[in-house]
Design a protein around this ligand. Structure first.
Ligand SMILES: C[S@@+](CC[C@H](N)C(=O)[O-])C[C@H]1O[C@@H](n2cnc3c(N)ncnc32)[C@H](O)[C@@H]1O
Ligand SMILES: [Zn+2]
Length: 274
């Protein structure tokens, strides 16, 4: 009997309440524990396995903005490189921790069957709908990346893109020699946006939550320049952490622009579990 990608991914799930393996029965996932905890699949195919763990994740306005912006391909330099790096490693399964609205995750599905996890229901809904539309080998879960509802040593790669890094939890679910790819904003990322908004724009400090027990095997920075069309500038701004920290007076500076030229920069860190 051949095992489908969705059956393969499903075997990796563990009940978020009691830790037991789960079985799929019609439109539900039911654990093998004595209490038979039951979780229903949403119509779009995702599962909510939060079971009270974690908070809310990004809100709908932010995930919608990110979805529109990323669909235009402004960050294709990054998505192409992520797919390339993972392809070289030939993983048999990937978990994308903090996958948001799934633009990168659904691209990773071309490399290996992938589980995307995020606390944001609106993000997971967008991701799952797109995966279903394209029949991709991807399963989406609403869950916290600090308490991943998956088995020990069950993934050959974890990706963690612009989301909190839970090193101990990633190590738990990675197989021996498994890979972790962490991505964050590089120093010059969005300087053009910041120059427009602020009198005293600062460079990014870089990620401060990088793993410290895993072996760093590759580090690289991707840089480029993009021209953001007038209709995409607000979406870009709404994706950034500056959105809630910027005064209305500064925010209004964006409305008069015909386009925005800005640097983009991404730091990639590839680790191996030994
Ligand atoms: C900046 S977004 C990045 C999303 C996606 N990786 C991307 O690059 O487009 C950060 C994501 O982390 C999620 N997040 C934050 N804390 C989380 C947690 N404890 N567990 C799962 N997701 C979390 C947010 O909901 C949000 O979708
Ligand atoms: Zn259970």
């Amino acid at each position: 009997m051949t095992v489908t990608s969705s059956e393969f991914l499903f075997t990796k799930l563990r009940c978020p309440v009691c830790g037991q393996a789960m079985d799929k029965k019609e439109a539900s996932a039911i654990c093998r524990g004595l209490s038979a905890h039951c979780f229903d699949f949403a119509k779009s195919g995702y599962l909510n396995l939060t079971a009270g763990h974690g908070g809310m994740g990004d809100l709908k306005d932010a995930t919608d903005a990110r979805h529109r912006f990323l669909s235009k391909g402004y960050y294709s330099i990054l998505s192409d490189r992520i797919v390339e790096l993972l392809s070289e490693a030939e993983p048999s399964s990937i978990l994308d921790a903090g996958c948001g609205e799934g633009s990168y995750t659904n691209k990773l599905a071309a490399v290996a069957p992938v589980i995307g996890i995020d606390l944001s229901k609106s993000g997971i809904l967008l991701a799952a709908k797109e995966a279903k539309r394209q029949s991709l080998p991807a399963l989406y879960l609403v869950a916290s990346l600090f308490t991943l509802p998956v088995a020990n040593e069950s993934f050959s790669a974890v990706t963690n893109l612009f989301a909190p890094c839970a090193e101990a939890e990633f190590c738990r679910i990675l197989e021996e020699n498994g890979l972790l790819l962490v991505v964050g904003a590089g120093k010059e990322h969005l300087m053009g946006l910041k120059r427009t908004l602020y009198d005293d724009p600062r460079i990014n400090p870089g990620r401060e939550d990088l793993p410290n027990t895993m072996q760093l095997i590759k580090k690289e920075t991707l840089t480029g320049n993009i021209r953001v069309a007038k209709e995409d500038i607000e979406d870009l701004f709404a994706m950034t952490p500056y959105y809630f920290r910027t005064s209305k007076k500064d925010h209004d500076k964006l409305s008069g622009l015909e386009y925005l030229d800005t640097e983009i920069a991404f730091d990639l860190f590839l680790y191996r579990k030994n």
